[in-house]
Design a protein around this ligand. Structure first.
Ligand code: HSE
Length: 436
């Protein structure tokens, strides 16, 4: 059968990896897909041919719209990243009747509803496995492998750069900026690394996971997002002392009141498998009613791990190219006319346990004042650590773990504790999840 022609937008870290994997494993891929898959047209502003397999027979342009408008191209692979012109290119490809594969989480999280509606109307596929957790086939696992289940919650380490930074801070006491620079050099970090550190990249991915887990529309603007830049070496050490690890988690959970959608640093018991996912590795833990917990682990970024997911999508699209659009796997796992309108919960209504750290004057009655406020708001304490005052300082660090409580009550407690004369500065608050 005639090979499928691919138009590749981008020949950078992921584009180059995709090109090389397609060339290196061409025979094996054709045996799986039922026909060959070859890149015939590529768009790149800059590329290094010495890092790529043979470019013979590939037209190269610096104008991505030429690829999207090429009548010979069957599938457009968008690996440029960012919102624009990626959105315009993908919509143009769909308008031209081409199938699309993308690794662009920002694009899907923000514009996915519009893109899938356009694709549905045109009867073309848009595949995005590489958009979440790089090489881990988590989209396929949730959308197809777990299709029998009612999913209860999903919690994931879905940003490799952030996990690398937290791991190096814990293990080697390395400087934040130094570790970030290494992640950038290795091609893991986003073009704007604040996306990694402040949780925006993880929020993009969580938006997609929530949608396919619960059949809700993509709602990036409703994700509560808190980054890791304020985590101190002391918090990392106190968490360890209490038997926890700090991980930057994306969490989405189905509750009676709606869907929780949140990204924040989280203390998790050190004995959980996911607490031991270190470095740039990603992991996603899914709790579902029939199968119970399942954990998916692997490389969440990097050239060939991400290419692995892109090429798997190309194989999928190739296999069903001729299938009737109504008989294909729906883009967001649930049939478009069967999406749920469950609301996303406001953060104030989310229930979780907490780690609190504060600096208190070392004098009688302080602990009673703090615990009094927590008691009045119905917040139950699970553990308290009080440390020696650092040499020559009048304040002592107090660390507390609480039982689960609504975020709104904790906000109020922190407001009241911070105005106590005996408490100096801000209260550090990290959320705790037992993931059991
Ligand atoms: N910047 C992302 C990460 C790349 O570090 O995980 C993969 O999406």
């Amino acid at each position: 059968m005639k090979p499928v022609n691919v138009g590749l937008l981008g020949l950078g870290t992921v584009g180059g990896g995709t090109f090389n994997v397609l060339a290196r494993n061409a025979e094996e891929i054709a045996r799986r897909a039922g026909r060959g898959i070859r890149v015939t047209h590529a768009a790149a502003r800059e590329y290094d041919p010495s890092l790529l397999a043979s470019l013979e027979g590939v037209r190269i342009t610096d104008d991505a719209f030429q690829v999207v408008d090429d009548p010979e191209v069957d599938i457009v692979v968008e690996l440029i990243g960012g919102y624009s012109p990626a959105r315009e290119l993908v919509l143009k490809a769909i308008e031209n009747g081409k199938h699309v594969v993308t690794a662009n989480k920002a694009l899907i999280a923000l514009h996915g509803n519009e893109i899938f509606a356009a694709a549905q109307e045109k009867g073309v596929m848009v595949a995005f496995e590489a958009a979440v957790a790089g090489g881990i086939p988590i989209i396929k696992a949730i959308r197809e492998g777990l299709a029998a289940n009612r999913i209860q919650w999903v919690a994931g380490i879905i940003n490799g750069t952030g996990n690398f930074i937290l791991t190096e801070m814990r293990d080697k006491g390395r400087d934040f900026a130094d570790v970030l620079a290494e992640a950038q050099a290795l091609g893991y970090a986003e073009a704007d690394p604040t996306f990694d550190v402040e949780g925006i990249d993880a929020a993009h991915k969580l938006t997609i996971l929530a949608s396919i887990a619960f059949g809700i529309p993509l709602q990036f603007d409703r994700v509560f997002t808190e980054g890791i830049s304020a985590i101190t070496p002391e918090d990392v050490a106190y968490a360890e002392e209490l038997g926890y690890r700090i991980k930057h988690l994306g969490i989405t959970r189905r509750t009676d009141g709606g869907i929780e959608l949140r990204v924040h640093p989280t203390l998790i018991p050190a004995r959980r498998l996911i607490a031991n996912v270190d470095g740039v590795m990603n992991a996603v833990l899914v709790m579902a009613d029939a199968v119970g917990p399942t954990l998916y682990y692997g490389a969440g970024a990097g050239s060939e791990p991400t290419a692995s997911a892109v090429v798997a999508d190309l194989v999928d699209v190739t296999r069903v190219l001729t299938a009737d659009p109504e008989n294909r796997v729906p883009h967001l796992a649930f049939q478009p006319d069967a999406m749920s309108d469950l609301p996303v919960l406001e953060m104030a209504r989310v229930e979780t346990a907490y780690y609190l750290r504060m600096s208190a004057l070392d004098r009688p009655g302080v602990m009673a004042e703090v615990t009094g406020i927590l008691g009045e708001l119905g917040i139950s304490i699970e553990a308290i650590l009080q440390k020696e005052p650092p040499e020559g300082q009048p304040t002592v660090p107090i660390i507390m773990l609480t039982h689960r409580v609504r975020e709104g009550s904790m906000d109020e407690a922190i407001r009241r504790i911070e105005v106590l004369e005996s408490i100096q500065g801000k209260v550090t608050r990290l959320r705790v999840e037992h993931l059991s």
